[in-house]
Design a protein around this ligand. Structure first.
Ligand code: FAD
Ligand code: NAD
Length: 405
């Protein structure tokens, strides 16, 4: 009998977790497993703010996919997914086509710019290894150029971060530590540098514990970060940003670097392939299949799951993506053994920890609030745990964070 072919698209937290769990649960004679990813490496999306600020080298946040998959059981194809032809059970890549019997879509997120003028052209985003490297080098270029120009342009040293969500705050935490280093490296007066966080909502980290938020803001302000809250970005230009002030007024903020960290959407491949979706996210069935698609599972940032307690979607996180990957692997193993009774997915949220640079953080874990060194230690343990879950102790030894004190 012909073996079923399982194709996994994306080797991020969700896709790679599905692959490593499947390779343990399914025998070589039971199914062919194919993993497709744009690059031949996996990157820790949750560490990209560090690579973007330059506090962690970009090679530290990535590792070879072939090092963590069992090559006897999983075939790896490097390629970019362009479209899924659902009726033909075919995936179109930039370098060929792949047919499937079962599909797992785990293509992650893209920045959501809400149609705001100029953002796509002039703002940087924290998306992958290459965008992180580009942002780090752009900031360094601004510092390096500042002192070489006869007419000094202080806006070169201004960095605007749009959005005080978790990504914006974690990036600001890294920048706060990196700016003094950059000043020393490029002979720049620290007082001339401006780092401004612009947030549309009336508070930083909207919806998070106010006591922890106050701690984070105070710590970042102490290191020179300025906050403009209740201030939406309306436009991005080559010179900086335009923000809304009151009913009809606007204000220009000149800045050599604008970083858009104000929201994400699911992969654009989702809409291109004809799935019904909200901002690239598919409201999945309880067993993580796409509605009306018996053989297509969705995991990670492309999946939308409603938290029934508050009737709002769960925020897309690595924590949920990895848990989904585990359930999808079990459901696929059941399906290829002709079992129709599939497992239902319920997120098990263990907590949320937001770093404020290398040695500081805020968070709630296992129901306990924590700040400072304790929270920072917890954050590093979470980072190490995700390495362990994919690649075991050897991956933790190779890539883990041991600067815990
Ligand atoms: P990803 O892990 O992003 O993986 C997607 C994969 O698909 C990538 O390998 C990518 O290269 C590949 N891909 C994309 N498009 C294509 C294509 N067309 N063809 C082929 N391959 C493609 N969540 C937490 O739980 N805790 C945190 O502390 C945390 N910190 C974060 C910090 C930052 C700076 C950011 C940006 C996010 C953070 N998140 C955190 C959110 C978390 O990173 C995401 O929810 C998580 O990465 C989603 O997993 P995923 O598998 O859906 O996507
Ligand atoms: P987000 O949607 O959580 O936050 C975006 C922020 O941008 C919001 O505060 C929003 O009010 C603001 N904003 C939107 N439009 C704006 C505008 N025009 N001008 C100014 N501000 C504007 O997005 P994110 O921070 O990128 O996070 C994405 C996902 O990744 C979330 O689910 C988050 O929980 C997760 N994440 C988690 C962690 C962590 O657990 N440590 C870290 C990073 C990201």
């Amino acid at each position: 009998m012909k073996k079923p072919k399982i194709v996994i698209l994306g080797a991020g937290y969700g896709g790679l977790m599905t692959a490593v769990k499947l390779q343990k649960q399914v025998g070589v004679n039971e199914a062919d497993i194919v993993l497709v990813n744009k690059n031949d490496y996996h990157y820790e999306t949750t560490w990209l703010h560090e690579a973007s600020a330059g506090t962690l080298h970009h090679d530290r946040v990535r590792y070879e996919i072939r090092d963590v998959i069992d090559r006897h059981k999983v075939e790896f194809i490097q390629g970019t997914v362009e479209e899924i032809k659902l009726e033909e059970k075919r995936v179109i890549l930039d370098n060929g086509d792949v047919m499937y019997d079962y599909l797992v879509v785990a293509l992650g997120a893209e920045p959501e710019t809400f149609g705001i003028k100029g953002l796509k052209e002039f703002a940087f985003s924290i998306v992958n290894v290459n965008s992180a490297r580009q942002l780090r080098e752009h900031i360094e270029y601004q510092f390096a150029t500042y002192n070489t120009e006869a007419e000094k342009r202080e806006e070169r040293l201004a960095i605007v971060v749009g959005g005080a969500g978790f990504t914006g705050i974690e990036f600001l935490g890294e920048l706060a530590n990196r700016v003094p280093e950059l000043c020393r490296e490029y002979d720049v007066d620290y007082h001339k540098v401006k780092v401004i966080c612009v947030e549309a909502a009336p508070m930083v980290l909207p919806g998070f514990d106010p006591e922890l938020v106050n701690y984070a803001v105070a710590q970042l302000e102490k290191k020179g970060i300025e906050f403009m809250i209740g201030t939406p970005i309306k436009e991005c230009t080559p010179e900086g940003i335009i923000v809304g002030k009151g009913e009809d007024e606007v204000e220009e903020i000149k800045a050599g670097t604008v970083v858009w960290a104000a929201g994400v959407r699911g992969s654009s491949v989702i809409e291109k392939s004809g799935f019904e979706a909200m901002r690239g996210r598919i409201k999945v069935e309880p067993d993580l299949r796409a509605p009306g698609q018996e053989d297509v599972f969705i995991v990670g940032d492309c999946a939308l799951i409603i938290n029934e307690e508050i009737n709002r979607p769960y925020p897309p996180t690595a924590q949920i993506a990895m848990q989904e990957g585990e359930v999808v692997a079990r459901n696929l193993a059941a399906l290829i053994r002709n079992k129709q009774d599939l497992e239902t997915f319920t997120p098990d949220i263990k907590g949320t920890v937001c770093s404020l640079g290398e040695d500081d953080a805020i968070g709630v874990a296992f129901g306990k609030k924590m700040v400072g060194g304790k929270a920072s230690f917890m954050k590093k343990m979470i980072d190490n745990r995700s390495l362990y879950m994919i690649g075991g102790a050897s991956l933790v030894l190779k890539k883990g964070k041991f600067n815990v004190l």
